[in-house]
Ligand binder design. Structure first.
Ligand code: ATP
Length: 238
């Protein structure tokens, strides 16, 4: 692959905690404007990989490069390339949605006009004066997505982004990702929803117990479908 077109390069990355390997050697690349879905059951290693990409945890082996930068040599610029949506995040309950998004916008030096635009995109404009404690799961997910989108970063890293979203918002989320790709943004996301993966991802990695069971272009799995592929892969492991 042409290096200038790469947004993410994961090279021989591995994670071991207390002598247990939770992610075995893994390599892949993602080009600008493309989306990769990380699929696999509970405990497969998806969040661990995502946390290594966004710099929340270090890999035991290997290197991760984003837009030509490593976290080690250029942490500030490396992090500025990423919009990260964590899994399982607790907002401050008594703070309003407006204060919450303003906090992220201030951290990321984003203008008011952009905040408005993103809130509109995720459908939270009319809920802006509510406290975060009054938000539903789906609304909290949309707030998490909003803060990840704020700077229009070249790489979106989303951990189970559609978890808790209703069908309308799952669909809208898909459209947003396809638009992000058109703007040249790369996207990597983990999901249990293989239909979402099939609709919006260009590439897929199936993980099981920290190992890659299968990976490739989504179009190459189309005939069998991602859901059926996953079932077949699971059977092979038993
Ligand atoms: N800090 C840690 N210490 C010990 N084990 C850990 C730690 N973090 C993750 N693990 C283990 O690593 C494995 C992978 O966990 P991870 O959260 O990455 O899976 P996942 O694919 O995101 O799962 P889920 O779909 O349930 O969110 C699990 O067996 C988990 O128990």
């Amino acid at each position: 692959m042409d290096v200038s077109n790469l947004i993410l390069d994961v090279k021989k990355v591995e994670k071991t905690i207390k002598n247990k390997t939770i992610l075995h050697e893994l390599s892949f690349q993602l080009a600008k404007g493309r989306t990769l879905a990380l699929c696999g059951g509970n405990g497969a290693g998806k969040s661990t990989l995502i946390r290594m990409i966004v710099g929340l945890t270090r890999s035991t082996q290997g290197n991760i490069t984003i837009d030509g930068l490593t976290r080690k040599k250029n942490e500030k610029n490396y992090l500025s390339k990423i919009g990260y949506m964590p899994d399982d995040f607790q907002f401050q309950q008594t703070v309003t949605a407006k204060e919450t998004i303003n906090f992220y916008a201030a951290l990321k030096k984003v203008k008011q006009s952009r905040i408005k635009e993103v809130l509109e995109q995720v459908g939270l404009t009319e809920h802006i004066n509510k406290q975060m404690g009054a938000f539903s799961k789906g609304m909290r997910q949309r707030m998490l997505l909003a803060q990840a989108l704020l700077t229009n970063p070249p790489l979106l890293v989303l951990d189970e982004p559609t978890n808790g979203l209703d069908p309308f918002w799952v669909n809208t989320f898909g459209d947003m990702i396809l638009e992000a790709n058109q703007r040249g943004q790369g996207v990597i996301f983990s999901t249990h929803d293989l239909h979402v993966a099939e609709r919006i991802a260009d590439e897929v990695i199936f993980l099981y117990n920290g190992k890659v069971m299968s990976k490739g272009l989504v179009q190459d799995y189309k005939e069998i479908g991602l859901y059926e592929t996953f079932q077949q892969l699971l059977q092979q492991t038993n």
